[in-house]
Design a protein around this ligand. Structure first.
Ligand SMILES: [Zn+2]
Length: 221
């Protein structure tokens, strides 16, 4: 049993959270089929909670029907572009609010995260996880729980992109410099600069992903 399935990353043990976590961490990728009986066995649960979890994930469009099976959804080009627009706006707002509302401890934590994550440049998967934690910390530092909820939704859909732009050679280092810039603006309590820095960061991430997709298409052609 993969460890992430035995116990969700967030320590949650309900079927929904565990399956979501498995999608988020790439154990199940877009296009993979989820079979109720297999999941029940893997998670050591009866089929009823699994079925309920799968239904909930289908309602949230994280799973889609393919004939009689349920597969992990994938985002088409337009959906991806739409998601990045929303992400840029909401993350920018979170940074702006964080510059205003973050406690000194939260600002210090963000700075420590940037420094610690600089050690992970050679490890794209670890860096991608650290990146999610960093962004989540900015969301929380906004001290706006409705915004945090919306951003959780956005990040859940991000899991439907099979790859991380941080795997592109050189992107990790530049992304870290961008994080540094975001934290500096929050430290300076400059909302405009924090908003602009985070929007720029998301926009570069999107451009990187488009290049990555183009390269993949070329390789497959
Ligand atoms: Zn980032």
């Amino acid at each position: 049993m993969p460890p992430a399935l035995a116990n969700g990353r967030s320590g949650q043990t309900d079927a929904y959270s565990m399956i979501l976590d498995a999608i988020d961490t790439g154990i199940y990728r877009p296009g993979d089929r989820l079979v109720e009986s297999e999941l029940a066995e893997r998670l050591g649960m009866s089929r009823t909670p699994i079925r309920e979890a799968l239904q909930r994930l289908e309602t949230q469009s994280l799973l889609v029907r393919d004939g009689r099976s349920l597969i992990v959804a994938s985002l088409d080009h337009n959906q991806m572009a739409e998601l990045y627009v929303v992400r840029g706006e909401l993350e920018g707002l979170a940074a702006r609010l964080a510059a205003r509302n973050a406690t000194e401890e939260e600002v210090r934590l963000l700075r420590e995260m940037v420094e610690a994550d600089n050690m992970l440049l050679e490890h794209p998967a670890a860096l991608a996880r650290a990146n999610r934690r960093f962004h989540k910390q900015i969301h929380l530092a906004s001290h706006n729980r409705f915004l945090v909820q919306q951003l959780d939704l956005v990040h859940r859909s991000m899991a439907l992109m099979a790859t991380t732009s941080l795997a592109v050679v050189g992107r990790g280092k530049i992304a870290q410099e961008e994080h540094d810039c975001i934290v500096s603006a929050i430290e300076a309590r400059n909302g405009d600069a924090a908003d602009a820095a985070l929007r720029a960061h998301i926009s570069v991430a999107f451009a990187t992903r488009l290049k990555q997709e183009a390269a993949k298409r070329e390789a497959e052609a």
